[in-house]
Design a protein around this ligand. Sequence first.
Ligand SMILES: [Zn+2]
Ligand SMILES: [Zn+2]
Length: 132
Amino acid sequence: MSIELEGGCLCGQLRYRVTAKPADAGYCHCRMCQRLSGAPAQVWARIRQDGFAYSQGAPNTYRSSDHGQREFCPTCGSQILFRSANDPDFVSINVPTLDEPNLIAPDCHVYVSSRLDWFRTDDELPEHEAGG
Ligand SMILES: [Zn+2]
Ligand SMILES: [Zn+2]
């Protein structure tokens, strides 16, 4: 099924388009996402990589682990994308960077073993100690 969503960074220099329905979406509570985002969790949506394209600007990249790469705006630093060599057919966008982030809702929690004590989510979604 195809869709058409757009998103971008805070300053507006980096823009992207999503044309594939997400395979899944969730909150990541891992320490890397916490440090990277400066938030208690990052909300991602996994999309087939051929359903994602930058439509304006080009990101800077940061290799955050031996298999993972983070992509972000070189000017304002907004974190847009995660790519993993372990999951090469998919990319994970950061849902709040969509123009209409309410269109994709998280369906699980991953890495809840590092969820912050004071961060509560009022939902019944499945929880995974590590990746989903
Ligand atoms: Zn920017
Ligand atoms: Zn994470």
